[in-house]
Design a protein around this ligand. Structure first.
Ligand SMILES: [Zn+2]
Length: 318
């Protein structure tokens, strides 16, 4: 018989015997008031009891002793609380439970992640860290499969690297515009969503998540990035100089952990269908200025990379 306990990612505040305020933290957007409208007077005590795990029989025994005058359908109550994620099976993987808590029941993270395939592409420390964090994110417990592949040469990107993937995460220790454009072309041909994550010196860039046919491709992202750069200083020259070399060093591990962690949030949000973080925008973590910036990315009407794949928007008779 399954043992249940309170969801360890939630905070419980007893208001009355029949009302318990549930949230993830004092400023969390996830907050609800759980109330027993029938006024049985045992709801708060029941949740208090579930601070230590109990199965149906133990809970029924507790109810008979603690509330002899109350008729409590223990299996139905436990099922209801478990369905809402308020109680979880004892011993559940904390990361998996976290996923189920963060994403509302309507998005059913387990259904979305089951059978999904995430490919992490890259050879450096960011790709290593990202693959490791993804493996412990709870995604695999929910049924996702993780694949790890090396970064290909820009002039020889095998289609198989994208084939069968639900999402390809390209993680680079330094920007490689040529490679990213080659990967963009391959992803567009196979209509495979992908997410670039890379370091540009003291800045970590996460996203945007490119979904062929739905959102801007990587060429549009680059063009719009250039269009937002003022013609002062050496910024454009530094971005596009052909004979540049370096930096050769890998980014500091603590910065890699931060950028990788943000990318994991973006990956999981994309897989469960939540439109946030890097959907239509990139997140830039600037370690030199200690700033986080969000760069929204529009679609260009005549993008030379993905434009040919779009449905014609001109009236064919004009
Ligand atoms: Zn495009």
């Amino acid at each position: 018989m399954t043992l249940y306990t309170l969801n360890p990612h939630l905070r419980f505040v007893r208001r009355t015997d029949d009302e318990v305020l549930i949230s993830r933290g004092s400023r969390s957007v996830y907050a609800e008031l759980l109330r027993d409208d029938a006024g049985g007077g045992v709801l708060a005590d029941l949740l208090e009891r579930l601070r230590t795990c109990a199965d149906e029989d133990e809970l029924a025994s507790w109810a008979r002793e603690s509330a002899p005058g109350v008729s409590l359908d223990v299996p139905a109550v436990l099922s209801h609380l478990a369905q809402r994620g308020i109680v979880v099976p004892a011993g559940s993987d904390p990361a998996h439970t976290h996923l189920r808590t963060v994403f509302p029941a309507s998005s059913a993270p387990d259904d979305a992640l089951r059978d999904s395939v995430v490919t992490v592409m890259g050879d450096g420390t960011l790709a290593d860290t990202l693959a490791g964090q993804l493996a412990t994110s709870g995604a695999t417990e929910a049924g996702a499969t993780l694949r790890r592949v090396p970064a290909p040469a820009p002039d020889d990107v095998p289609e198989e690297l994208f084939t069968g993937a639900t999402l390809v995460v390209v993680a680079l220790d330094r920007p490689d515009s040529t490679l990213l454009h080659a990967l963009n072309d391959t992803a567009l041909r196979g209509k495979t969503p992908w997410l670039p994550v890379y370091f540009d010196g003291g800045e970590g860039v996460i996203g945007p998540t490119h979904v062929p046919g739905e959102s801007a491709c990587h060429l549009e992202f680059e063009l719009l990035t250039d269009s937002s750069v003022g013609f002062t200083g050496h910024m454009l020259e530094l971005r596009h100089a052909r004979d540049a070399h370096g930096p050769a060093a890998t980014p500091p591990p603590h910065q890699v952990q931060i950028v990788s962690g943000l990318a994991i949030e973006a990956v999981v949000a994309h897989l469960v269908g939540s439109d946030r973080i890097t959907s239509g925008r990139a997140v830039r973590f600037d370690f030199e200025r200690m700033e986080i910036d969000y760069q929204d990315v529009m679609r260009l009407p005549r993008c030379p990379a993905c434009g040919p794949q779009r449905a014609p928007y001109r009236n064919p008779f004009l």
